[in-house]
Design a binder for this molecule. Structure first.
Ligand SMILES: [Zn+2]
Length: 141
């Protein structure tokens, strides 16, 4: 496990708005401390520089592990994962208006990332809905 200096962690947390930069789960109210993800994994030469770091919830971080790619479930083709440092979140995953709390994607990168990080596991959808009911997840409309 990588240990990022406290000052760097604070910078990453603030930049992320204290929420997962992959699925947008807020850290507030969660029991576990959100880990710092290396967007480009250290095993692939990724650095500890803030430009390579992202706040990730334990679920996204655990499923991302050292992966940088996945497969688009619509085509089966390989696709790189969403990069919180260079991609715009709203352009890849978004919220379903049909099933609140569920993520949908309009791009191959978004679909591949949702699949690889298992962002739509049923427990996560329920958690997002409960947080939204308490006003802790205002993105869901
Ligand atoms: Zn997440």
């Amino acid at each position: 496990m990588s240990v990022v200096p406290g000052s760097v962690r604070a910078e990453v947390v603030t930049r992320a708005g204290n929420r997962c930069e992959y699925c947008r789960l807020p850290a507030r109210g969660q029991v576990a401390t959100f880990p710092i993800d290396h967007v480009n994994p250290r095993t692939a030469g990724g650095s500890d520089d803030p430009s390579n770091l992202a706040l990730a919830c334990p679920s996204c971080n655990g499923h991302k592990w050292a992966f940088t790619d996945g497969a688009d479930p619509a085509s089966g083709e390989p696709v790189r994962l969403f990069n919180p440092r260079s991609d715009i979140w709203e352009e890849h995953p978004g919220w379903s208006s049909v099933s609140p709390g569920q993520l949908v994607a309009t791009t191959a990168i978004g679909r591949g990332t949702i699949e690889r990080l298992r962002m739509n596991d049923s427990d996560l959808i329920v958690l997002r809905r409960l947080l939204a009911e308490d006003g802790l997840f205002p993105e869901i409309t």
